[in-house]
Design a protein around this ligand. Structure first.
Ligand code: ARG
Ligand code: ZN
Length: 837
C-alpha cells in the first residue's frame, strides 16, 4: 500500500521542475475554503508530479489551457507530453475544509481562528505543490475573509475591509508558509537592528491575553540582540510577528516572518506561569527566532537533514539561555532533558541516527535524537575545534550557503574547510545510533596519574556493529587542596591513555560540563564521588557526583550516608548558587532510576523503584530535620516576583526543602500555599498535598479561581495525574477524563492529563496492566483525529524491554491491539511497528 511506503535517503533526486514564484489567493470559509494557486515553473524534464492530500481539485490550467491531471490519494501527475517545452504557469483551484481538518496540519479552523502548520508536509493539504524543502520560491498571498486580522509571511503590501495582501521577498520552501486569520489583538514593539533598520515586532493573542505577553516580547528583543552580538546575524524583514494559538501539536513553528506558537510558550505572568514556564518562553522564542538564519535562510535539502536546522538551532538556543542565566545550571538542565528523552530513545526500539536513513512518516522523526543529540554534536564540534575556529566555520557556513537547501555533508565540509580539521570520523556521530559507553580507569605509577579510556557503542535496530567515535573529554585532577591539572582529550580509538605528572594519586573528574553525550562509567575508588561532590571546580561534575552517589543507593544497594553527607554539606555552602544547590539536593526521577537499572542489565521493578525513591527522600528529610524549613524560609525571595536573576534559584531551593519538610507535616505546605503569591510557589505548595492525597479542597479552590484560563487548567489536570499516589492515580485520571473541562481534542489538555499519568511511572506501570490498556484506548481514539499526537504519545511504550516478563507481555498485547486496529494512521502504525520489531 502506498501509504506505508518507506522513503529512503539514498533515493533522493532533485525535483523535476524549478519553481520561481507562487501566488496564492485564499477565500476563507471554515467549511469550504477556496485556494487559488498560481505557480511559475521553469524548464524541466519528465512528468510533473505534485503532492496533494485531502484536496478537492476544482480546476487546473497550464498557461491558461485546462488540463486533466491524474489524481491519486497523495497528489497528481501531469504527463510530460502534456507540458509545454519552455517555462509555464500552473493555476489550480482547490477546495478544502479547515473545520473538519482535525490533524492540525495544513490549514485548520479552531475556535474561530484559521491556523496553518506546514512543517513538515502540511502544505500539500492546502494546494497541489512540490511539497519538499529543496523547492524554494517567492510567495505572494492574498487573503479574503470576513475577519479583522488576516496574516501571512513577509510584509503587508495592501489591505482593506475583508482582504489583505502579503509579499515575502525571501525564497522559501513550502513548509515555511503560514496564514493566520481571526479576531486577534496585538502587542507592539520595535527593534533597531545593528545596521540601524527599525523592525516592527507584533505578538498576536486573543482579547484579554495582552497582559501576558511582556516576557515573550522582552525575550524576543534579547534574542535578536544576542544573534547580532554572537553570530553577526541580523533580521531581514521590516516586520516580525508571533501568533499564540491554543490548538497546536508542537511547541512552535518558525514560518518566515510569522512564527506560530503554542500559547504555552508565549503567555506568561507571575500569577499564571511558573519559573520553568518563563524559561520555556524565553528559550522557545529564541529558538524560533534563531531559525530565521539556521533553517530559513539556510534550509534542509530533504527531511533526512532535519538536524541540520534543529540540532544547530537547539544548540544556539541553549547557548542563549546559558548567557541569560547561570551557564552551569542551564547545562545540568539540558543534560537532564537529554538523558530523560534521548538516552531513553537511544536505548530502545525507536533508536535512530541523528541523520536517519529511512522513514515512513517524517513527523515521527521530530525526536530527542534529531533535536537534542543533534545539538550535542554541534557542541562537540565546538569543543574539538575551539571557539574561534567554530566562529570562523559558522561565518563560512552563512557566506557559502545562504539561500540554499543543504545537507549534513555541506555542514561538515564547511567545518573542515574553515578549520582544517579532518572530520571524517566525526561523521559517524550522525550515522550511528546508540549512546556510546565510556569507561575510565585511573592508576598512579612512578609519578604519573594514568587515565585509561575505553569506548563501545551497543547495537541498535539495523546497526549491529559500531565503530569508535571521536569523544571530546574535558578532564581535571583533584587532590585534597583543589585542582592539580586539567585539559581536553579527544578519544578517537576504542582505548587510549592520558598520562599526567602528579605527586600522588589524584581523584579524576572527567567529562566535565558533559563534554560529550555518552554514558560514563568510572572505575575509581570508593570515596572519589564524595570528593568531587565536595570540591570539584567543575560545577557540572559536582552535580554529577551527587547523582552518582544517589544512584548507588537507588539503583543498587549502596549506603545512603555518602550522598546524605555530601548534599547536606552542599546545602550549607552559602557561596554556592542556590539554583545549583537545589539541583544537587534533588533525586533522579523514577524514570532516571529505571534507566540506570536497565543499563546495569537488571530487570526494572517500578514498585521497587518507587519505594527506594521514597525512602531516600525520607532519609534526607530525617537528616535535615528542622533545618529544612529554617533554610527554606530564609532563602525564599521576598518582594515583587521576577523570573530573572537570583530569585528563581532561591525559589527552587526553598521549594525543594519545603517538599521534604512537608512529607512529615502537610500543614507546612498549607501554610506555604496560603502565603504563595506566584504560580511557582503555589504549585510547589500544592504538590506535597496532592502526593499525600490531602488536596481536595485546595484543588477545588484552584479550579474555581482559574476556570477559563486554559494554560492554568492544564496544570490543574497535569498535577493531579502526575502526583497522585501510585495506587490511585489511574482512578484519578479516569475520573478527570469525565470532567467538563477535559477536552481531549485539544493537544495541550490531552498531554496534561494523559502525559501526566504516564510520567507517574509506578502508576502507569501498574502490575495489572490497567495503565497500558488505558493508554492504548486513548491512542486508538486520538489516532482517528490527530495521528501526530497519538504517534508521539505512543513512545510511552518504548521502554517495554526493561520490565519483567509479565509487564512485557501486557505492553506487547496493547501494541498488538493498536497495530491491528482498523484504519490506523501511518504515523502510529510506523511507531508501533518499530516498537514491536
Ligand atoms: N520546526 C519546529 C521547531 O522545532 C517544529 C515543527 C514540528 N513539526 C512536526 N511535524 N512535528 O521549532
Ligand atoms: Zn526548531
Amino acid at each position: 500500500m502506498s501509504r506505508q511506503s518507506v522513503i529512503r535517503l539514498e533515493d533522493y533526486k532533485p525535483f523535476s521542475h524549478p519553481v520561481s514564484t507562487v501566488h496564492l489567493t485564499f477565500h476563507l470559509d471554515p467549511e469550504a475554503t477556496r485556494v487559488r494557486a498560481e505557480i511559475a515553473f521553469g524548464v524541466g524534464t519528465g512528468d510533473l508530479r505534485l503532492d496533494g492530500v485531502d484536496l478537492d481539485l476544482l480546476s487546473a490550467t497550464i498557461d491558461g489551457v485546462p488540463v486533466t491531471p491524474i489524481c491519486d490519494e497523495d497528489g497528481l501527475t501531469v504527463a510530460a507530453a502534456d507540458l509545454p517545452d519552455g517555462p509555464f504557469t500552473w493555476v489550480a483551484e482547490t477546495r478544502i475544509d479547515p473545520a473538519r481538518n482535525t490533524t492540525l496540519e495544513g490549514l485548520y479552523h479552531r475556535r474561530d481562528l484559521f491556523i496553518t502548520q506546514c512543517e513538515a508536509e502540511g502544505f500539500r493539504r492546502i494546494t497541489y505543490f512540490p511539497d519538499r524543502p529543496d523547492v524554494m520560491a517567492v510567495y505572494t498571498v492574498r487573503i479574503e475573509g470576513d475577519m479583522p486580522v488576516l496574516l501571512s509571511n513577509g510584509d503587508l503590501t495592501g489591505s482593506g475591509p475583508g482582504w489583505a495582501e502579503w509579499h515575502d521577498p525571501w525564497r522559501k520552501p513550502s513548509y515555511l508558509f503560514a496564514l493566520v486569520a481571526g479576531d486577534l489583538r496585538s502587542v507592539e514593539d520595535s527593534f533597531t537592528t545593528m545596521s540601524g533598520r527599525d523592525v516592527t515586532l507584533k505578538i498576536w493573542v486573543r482579547d484579554g491575553d495582552r497582559g501576558r505577553c511582556a516576557y515573550a516580547m522582552d525575550a524576543l528583543k534579547r534574542a535578536m540582540k544576542w544573534d547580532e552580538d554572537t553570530y553577526g546575524l541580523e533580521y531581514d524583514l521590516d516586520l516580525f510577528q508571533i501568533v499564540a494559538v491554543d490548538d497546536f501539536n508542537a511547541g512552535a513553528m518558525e514560518n518566515k516572518g510569522l512564527n506560530v506558537f503554542n500559547s504555552k510558550y508565549v503567555l506568561a505572568s507571575p500569577e499564571t506561569a511558573t519559573d520553568a514556564d518563563f524559561d520555556g518562553v524565553e528559550s522557545v522564542i529564541a529558538h524560533e527566532y534563531f531559525h530565521n538564519w539556521t533553517g530559513n535562510r539556510i534550509t534542509c535539502r530533504d527531511w533526512f537533514q532535519l538536524s541540520l536546522k534543529e540540532g544547530l538551532t537547539v544548540f544556539r538556543d541553549q547557548c542563549f539561555s546559558a548567557d541569560m542565566r547561570s551557564a552551569p545550571v542551564k547545562r545540568i538542565e539540558d543534560v537532564l532533558r537529554l538523558r530523560a528523552g534521548q538516552f531513553r530513545e537511544d536505548a530502545g526500539p525507536l533508536a535512530h541516527p541523528v541523520r536517519p536513513e529511512s522513514y515512513v512518516e517524517i513527523n515521527n522523526f521530530y525526536t530527542a535524537t534529531v533535536y537534542e543529540k543533534g545539538a550535542e554534536l554541534i557542541r562537540m564540534l565546538r569543543e574539538i575545534v575551539g571557539q574561534d575556529a567554530y566562529d570562523a566555520a559558522l561565518k563560512l557556513y552563512f557566506e557559502r550557503h545562504d539561500g540554499q537547501a543543504c545537507t549534513i555533508e555541506d555542514w561538515l565540509s564547511v567545518f573542515q574547510d574553515a578549520t582544517g580539521h579532518d572530520l571524517s570520523q566525526f561523521r559517524r556521530w550522525y550515522h550511528q545510533a546508540g549512546t556510546p559507553r565510556l569507561t575510565v580507569e585511573d592508576r598512579f605509577e612512578e609519578g604519573e596519574t594514568i587515565l585509561t579510556f575505553r569506548q563501545t557503542t551497543p547495537p541498535t535496530p539495523g546497526q549491529p556493529d559500531k565503530q569508535p567515535v571521536p569523544i571530546p573529554i574535558r578532564w581535571g585532577l583533584l587532590d585534597d587542596k583543589g585542582e592539580v591539572a586539567n585539559g581536553m582529550f579527544l578519544l578517537s580509538e576504542a582505548e587510549q591513555e592520558v598520562r599526567v605528572k602528579t605527586a600522588a594519586r589524584t581523584v579524576p573528574s572527567v567529562l566535565r560540563g558533559f563534554s560529550a553525550p555518552v554514558i560514563l562509567e568510572q572505575k575509581g575508588q570508593p570515596g572519589d564521588a564524595g570528593v568531587r561532590l565536595a570540591r570539584d571546580t567543575d560545577a557540572f561534575n559536582r552535580w554529577e557526583a551527587g547523582r552518582t552517589l544517589a544512584l548507588d543507593v537507588l539503583a543498587g544497594d549502596g549506603d545512603p550516608a555518602p550522598w546524605l553527607d555530601g548534599v547536606c554539606a552542599v546545602l550549607n555552602d552559602q557561596t554556592l548558587d542556590p539554583a545549583l544547590r537545589a539541583l544537587i539536593l534533588s533525586l533522579p526521577t523514577q524514570e532516571g532510576i529505571a534507566q540506570e537499572i536497565a543499563l546495569r542489565d537488571e530487570t526494572v521493578d517500578p514498585d521497587l523503584v518507587h519505594v527506594r525513591h521514597q525512602s531516600l527522600e525520607e532519609a534526607l528529610t530525617s537528616r535535615l530535620g528542622a533545618d529544612a524549613m529554617r533554610i527554606s524560609r530564609a532563602i525564599r525571595p521576598t518582594g515583587d516576583y521576577s523570573p530573572d536573576g537570583q530569585a528563581p534559584g532561591q525559589r527552587a531551593l526553598a521549594n525543594r526543602l519545603l517538599s521534604l519538610a512537608a512529607r512529615r507535616e502537610t500543614d507546612l505546605a498549607r501554610e506555604a500555599l496560603a502565603q504563595a503569591s506566584n504560580m511557582t510557589d503555589r504549585l510547589a505548595a500544592l504538590a506535597p498535598l496532592i502526593r499525600a492525597g490531602q488536596a481536595e479542597a485546595e484543588l477545588a479552590a484552584f479550579h474555581a479561581e482559574w476556570s477559563g484560563t486554559d494554560l492554568v487548567i492544564d496544570k490543574w489536570f497535569a498535577m493531579q495525574t502526575s502526583l497522585a499516589p501510585a495506587h490511585e492515580a489511574l482512578d484519578v485520571a479516569q475520573r478527570l477524563q469525565n470532567h467538563e473541562d477535559f477536552t481531549w481534542t485539544v493537544p495541550n489538555r490531552f498531554r496534561a492529563l494523559v502525559g501526566g499519568l504516564i510520567s507517574n511511572t509506578a502508576a502507569f506501570h501498574r502490575a495489572d496492566g490497567a495503565g497500558y490498556v488505558w493508554l492504548a484506548d486513548w491512542l486508538l481514539k486520538v489516532d482517528k483525529r490527530n495521528p501526530m499526537l497519538a504517534a508521539r504519545m505512543s513512545a510511552a511504550f518504548e521502554t517495554w524491554r526493561r520490565y519483567d516478563e509479565g509487564r512485557q507481555k501486557l505492553i506487547l498485547d496493547q501494541l498488538e491491539r493498536i497495530a491491528s486496529a482498523d484504519g490506523l494512521s501511518r504515523d502510529t502504525g510506523e511507531m508501533v511497528g518499530r516498537m514491536r520489531a
